[in-house]
Design a protein around this ligand. Structure first.
Ligand SMILES: Nc1ncnc2c1ncn2[C@@H]1O[C@H](COP(=O)(O)OP(=O)(O)O)[C@@H](O)[C@H]1O
Ligand SMILES: Cc1cn([C@H]2C[C@H](O)[C@@H](COP(=O)(O)OP(=O)(O)O)O2)c(=O)[nH]c1=O
Length: 210
């Protein structure tokens, strides 16, 4: 089960709350967040590039997307093992993040070239497992930006990066996410209103008894 949404939408908060709600119902839950900072060298390079490291690396949409994809490729066996060992595996961002952000950066839509390329690279070539479903935590770009800003003030080492401070990118990204959800890209999508309180108990029940 993949959680997707803009920077600051509340994905991590939802993943934590949903994990508690699922565990309270007796389910065993594993949680993984991408990029895997501190675990994968590809993820660390991404973070450094988003904070102006590595020259013009962050300017390359395809270059960055390959790094995100390599991070996931290195986790493919772990994901399969977690799926075998648990009732629910929650992924905070996955392949669709690459599709949404790369398309938004290139000003393409969900039917564009780069979205197809991401599928071919990550699913076709790297053999990443397809999720059962996505949860799109939908908030307006303004709400996401405000939450990301508040988080940056409250937490150390969370200064907003090059993608988070680009309002136009976040707006285009929100539009691509809506299109990916509407077309059922890679797996079915369920859209959650991230401004209204998500009913975690009801969501946990639905996930366990689809
Ligand atoms: N439903 C919510 N209402 C208000 N604030 C929220 C909500 N969900 C998350 N937040 C806050 O917004 C900020 C970003 O949330 P986070 O879960 O880290 O987002 P993401 O993982 O999508 O980047 C955090 O400070 C978090 O406490
Ligand atoms: C996982 C992933 C993230 N991204 C983008 C979305 C975010 O703007 C950025 C960083 O990911 P994010 O999960 O937001 O990390 P953090 O907020 O903890 O730094 O990378 C992609 O473009 N492709 C991907 O495959």
């Amino acid at each position: 089960m993949v959680i997707e949404g803009l920077d600051g939408a509340g994905k991590r908060t939802l993943a934590d709350g949903l994990t508690d709600a699922l565990c309270a119902k007796g389910a065993s839950v594993a949680k993984l967040a991408f990029p895997r900072y501190g675990v994968s060298v590809h993820a660390d390079l991404v973070k450094e590039a988003l904070h102006r490291g590595h020259g013009d690396l962050a300017d390359s949409v395809y270059g960055m997307a390959v790094l995100y994809a390599l991070d996931r490729s290195g986790a493919a066996e772990d994901i399969r093992a977690l799926r075998d060992a648990h009732d629910v595996v929650l992924l905070d961002r996955y392949v669709a993040s690459n599709a949404a952000y790369a398309a938004a950066r290139l000003r393409q839509d969900a039917a564009g070239e780069v979205v197809k390329w991401v599928w071919e690279l990550e699913v076709g070539r790297f053999g990443l497992p397809r999720p059962d479903a996505h949860l799109l935590l939908r908030v307006t770009p303004a709400v996401a930006a405000e939450r990301a800003e508040r988080r940056a003030e409250a937490e150390t080492d969370r200064e907003r990066d090059a993608f988070e401070t680009d309002d136009g990118l976040q707006r285009r990204c929100a539009a691509v996410y809506d299109e990916l959800a509407a077309s059922g890209w890679l797996a079915p999508w369920h859209v959650l209103d991230g401004v209204a309180d998500v009913d975690l108990e009801a969501l946990a029940k639905t996930l366990l008894n689809p």
